[in-house]
Design a protein around this ligand. Structure first.
Ligand code: ADP
Ligand code: MG
Length: 702
């Protein structure tokens, strides 16, 4: 039985949040800090010293010995280097110190992080700068308690080396443009617009002892071999099924840990595949949601170990059953609490809502390649476009009600189907839109779900920074165009109506309410001119596209050099990932599978000889032996081929893009060919002789 917990008591107890700051800081300092957090005002060094000192006292009171600047390099996970609060001892006595300088800026000679050419090792200075918009927190583990300070990470010359910097820049960009729109609609109270984001996290839990017996899981996070078990997910008995006690204990400990960190973990359930689960927090400002998602992933991996479980965050740990994604729910919200994607109750709000909605439609249609890239990773290549996940083609699901409104607007003389009256956008005959008036579409990669969009493509193991900053910037750009136009209008209502109608007509090809998994959609999408980018290597081109360079440049989110470096990092990461997978496959095939099968074939051969020697019909045994032998032969050939192409790939000269293409077209393809005979052999060999835990054991053991 687990201990009872009081959520209100523990929630945020390890966070130096607003309440803590108010309590621990002099009033004037608190106000200055708030001014910085809310309006980006500069902090002076005296104030920083006071804050650092208060933060240190608070942390030490709770048992912290160390602090760390916590940052998000281009590896997609987080990084940290711990320093103790210890200052040079005086008379042999320890003094604990933490200055404003140390709080605000750290220098990290973290030259081994991917920089895509932005830093050579001889000019490896990298800085971490305090992001005061995401609160510092204490992390406890068996080793002790550490103060974590969320930071941005950039180079000596000021280029972003991380996932946080462009995110923060994009939040400012979209706020700036969205403010212009809400002002047009008469909102003069709001001071800024925030991006709200709720990321649903899917994951697998498997037994740790079994995990340790599989090099593929250890080195690559996914199984590289494995025949389908007799039962998969066809019974739909795992989805939303009752949660097994061992898993429930894990979830409980995870929730408690997250609540203490101020992560509003809310929903948990079993997912479609056996051994698959999901956690969704309550949405938050997207910078914090991004930090929180990193904490969620990290806590999942760590806490699983306490229950002798291993958490797999890979997008496709097992062939043949669903993979994992991360649904990024996204909306815009004024600081006075209005969700701009909530259709609202009055016609006036509806018109503003439709402007934002139309901007998103246009943005997605203008930059589908960028969104596709933001959701791409080598692991997600297994998921996007197969039968379970969103297709690789970006489209938008609106639902019947909104579709109907747009149809009416398109044909000018719109008649409201809801109220039967005449309708013009922005005039008082516009009907109130109802929330949830339409059904859902689970196959759409980008679906309107009542008062937010749900971007369903992003990879389960990746940072949600990319999907967020891409969306933010795209939407900022279209809002900029819209604001430029509407601010000049003589009659706002007429201009809004015209803008929505025109934009909808130009961009409605991106809207698709049908089955995204069907083959017809692939053809239809091609007919509509929508891109179908099937893999993460091709996706990278988007970063180098002039249109995208201009977009990011205009809004100050990423400059050309930063984009080029990110493209470089993507190619390199792909090459490294596939190289590790190929080498792991070669290792397992040579040292585990082949010896086991050869040995077993020897036993069968001896049986055949023995049966024949006593004059008994050995045709069944002989058939089995031939079958094994034929597959071993193929297996052996493919193993040799994989070894060759992997060696060849390793010696490739030339740019990283062509290397990535080689890995995709030859190494990755040969890996698939090697897997086939191996999985057949698994079905031919005595299970006691098979050297790896099977899919059945891995997926149904808990
Ligand atoms: P689903 O049925 O898709 O699971 P939920 O209503 O449970 O939908 O919401 C899923 C996620 O969307 C949660 O993280 C939730 O907090 C988040 N969410 C809800 N409203 C918003 C919003 N306005 N902006 C961003 N995310 C939101
Ligand atoms: Mg959802």
């Amino acid at each position: 039985m687990s201990d009872k917990v009081s959520v209100p008591e523990i929630f945020g107890m390890n966070v130096f949040n607003d309440a803590m700051m108010r309590e621990h800081l002099p009033k004037k300092v608190y106000e200055e800090l708030k001014n910085t957090i809310e309006r980006g005002a500069l902090l002076n060094s005296e104030i920083a010293d006071i804050i650092a000192n208060a933060m240190k006292d608070w942390a030490i009171e709770r048992g912290a010995t160390h602090y760390t600047h916590w940052f998000q390099p281009m590896t997609g996970i987080t990084a940290e280097k711990h320093d103790s609060f210890l200052a040079p001892p005086s008379n042999g006595k320890a003094i604990m110190e933490f200055s404003g300088k140390e709080l605000i800026k750290g220098e990290s000679d973290a030259s081994s992080f991917p920089s895509g050419g932005l830093r050579a090792t001889f000019e490896a200075r990298g800085y971490t700068a305090w992001d005061c918009t995401s609160p510092a927190f204490l992390r406890e583990d068996a080793a002790g308690i550490t103060l974590y300070i969320p930071t941005a990470f950039y180079s000596y010359t000021g280029e972003a080396l991380d996932k946080k910097t462009p995110l923060l820049r994009s939040c400012e960009a979209v706020s700036r443009q969205a403010m212009r729109i809400v002002r047009l609609f008469g909102n003069d109270r709001a001071k800024k617009i925030t991006v709200s984001c709720g990321a649903e996290q899917e994951y697998f839990l498997i037994d740790k002892d079994l995990y340790k017996q599989r090099k593929d899981l250890i080195f690559t996070g996914r199984t590289l071999f494995g025949a389908a078990p007799p039962k998969g997910q066809e019974m739909d008995d795992h989805y939303f099924g009752s949660i097994k006690e061992r898993v429930a204990c894990f979830m409980h400990e995870l929730n408690v840990e997250l609540w203490k960190l101020g992560v509003p973990a809310k929903t948990q359930h079993n997912e479609v595949a056996p051994a698959q689960h999901e956690l969704a927090p309550i949405f938050d400002d997207c910078n914090q949601a991004t930090d929180h998602n990193q904490l969620i992933m990290e806590a999942m991996k760590r806490i699983a170990g306490h229950h002798n479980l291993t958490c797999l965050l890979h997008e496709k740990p097992f062939a043949g059953v669903n993979g994992s994604g991360k649904h990024v729910n996204w909306s815009l919200c004024t600081d006075d609490g209005q969700n701009l994607l909530d259709p609202g109750k009055t016609p006036h709000e509806n018109a503003q809502f439709l402007v934002f909605l139309t901007a998103i439609i246009k943005g997605v249609d203008m930059y589908p390649e960028l969104l596709r890239l933001s959701a791409s990773s080598p692991g997600n290549d297994h998921r996007l476009g197969s039968q379970e996940a969103p297709p690789a083609i970006i489209s938008i699901f609106l639902g019947d009600q909104l579709q109907d409104i747009f149809d009416q607007i398109e044909h000018g003389e719109a008649t409201s189907s809801l109220q039967g009256g005449r309708m013009r956008v922005g005039v008082n005959t516009l009907p109130a839109l109802k929330k949830d008036a339409t059904d859902r579409n689970r196959t759409s990669p980008f679906a309107f779900t009542g008062n937010k969009f749900e971007f369903r493509m992003p990879p389960s193991s990746g940072s949600i920074s990319g999907p967020n900053f891409s969306l933010n910037t795209i939407v900022a750009e279209v809002l900029r165009e819209f604001a430029d136009e509407l601010e000049q209008a003589e009659d706002l209502h007429i201009a809004v109506h015209e803008l929505i109608r025109r934009t909808y007509v130009e961009h409605k090809r991106i809207i698709f309410d049908g089955n995204g998994y069907s083959d017809e959609w692939i053809q239809e999408a091609e007919h509509r001119g929508l891109p179908n980018i099937t893999n993460s290597v091709d996706a990278v081109d988007a970063f180098l596209d002039d249109k995208v360079v201009e977009l990011f440049g205009r809004h100050g989110v990423l400059n050309k050099l930063e984009l080029q470096s990110r493209a470089e990092i993507r190619y390199e990461a792909y090459v490294k990932q596939i190289n590790i997978e190929a080498k792991t496959m070669i290792d397992m095939a040579s040292k585990q599978i082949r010896p086991a099968v050869v040995k077993y074939a020897g036993e069968v051969a001896r049986s055949v000889a023995a049966l024949k020697a006593v004059g008994v019909d050995a045709s069944a045994e002989e058939e089995l032996l031939n079958d094994i032998n034929a597959n071993v032969k193929l297996f052996h050939e493919k193993l040799k081929l994989l070894t060759e192409v992997t060696e060849q790939a390793g010696m490739l000269k030339g740019d990283s893009k062509s290397q990535a293409i080689f890995y995709r077209d030859y190494v990755f393809e040969t890996m698939k060919e090697l897997r086939e005979p191996a999985d057949r052999l698994e079905m031919l060999v005595d299970e006691k002789a098979w050297p790896l835990p099977t899919y059945g054991e891995l997926l149904f053991n808990i």
